[in-house]
Ligand binder design. Structure first.
Ligand code: AMP
Length: 191
């Protein structure tokens, strides 16, 4: 099974991705987590991207694609995956299409978590205090939201036209949202 999860910053993609991944026994692969780890470990990739991430911009497609394709070739990803936070640009969609086609694979569904933006901005500010993420100050959060609308909103239409999009209300407790997501997936996929 090959799934994507999308949604504005702070909508809870990462949390839901982990639950869905566990449910279907597929790795939940988060580009944001890979990037943050690279920054923490001060790898060459981390050094190149730390400024971009701390300002809430997008890592260039070429770099992002390199990381994703490398990750998808790892053993645990051979049988399927859930991508969290990728693709985020039209260029990334095209690259993923090519990668899938090269292996004779296809996407099964794209989950879109919808959310009340002002509410999630407040939630992110709270999370910033707890987790201390460098990209969680108010200016960066608002910038991430703007970049999301500008670059990533159009992807919803692309996947909508392909009939792959499953919209799920992302507001509520983790359990409420995951119950909605799993019910919607099971209805769509028949298992
Ligand atoms: P996330 O944890 O998914 O919110 O991602 C955190 C940050 O990592 C984003 O604000 C971007 O700076 C960067 N990032 C994650 N995924 C991508 C991607 N697919 N393309 C470009 N930048 C990304």
């Amino acid at each position: 099974m090959r799934l994507l999860i999308m949604g504005p910053p702070g909508a809870g993609k990462g949390t839901q991705a982990a639950i869905i991944g566990e449910h279907y026994n597929i790795p939940a692969i988060s580009t944001g987590n890979i990037f943050r780890l690279a920054i923490t470990n001060r790898t060459p990739l981390g050094e190149r991207i730390k400024r971009i991430i701390s300002e809430g911009g997008y890592v260039p497609d070429r770099l992002t694609l390199q990381i994703v394709i490398q990750r998808l070739e790892e053993e645990d990803a051979k049988g399927g995956w859930l991508l969290d936070g990728f693709p985020r640009t039209v260029g990334q969609v095209k690259a993923l299409d090519k990668e899938l086609e090269a292996h004779g694979f296809h996407l099964d569904a794209v989950i879109s978590l919808t959310a009340d933006e002002e509410a999630i901005i407040q939630r992110m500010l709270k999370r910033a205090e707890i987790e201390g993420r460098p990209d969680d100050n108010e200016e960066t959060i608002r910038n991430r939201m703007e970049v999301y609308h500008d670059q990533t909103d159009p992807l919803l239409e692309v996947y909508g036209e392909r009939g792959l999009l499953i919209e799920v209300d992302g507001m509520g407790t983790v359990e409420e949202v995951s119950a909605r997501v799993l019910a919607a997936l099971s209805e769509r996929l028949g298992h």
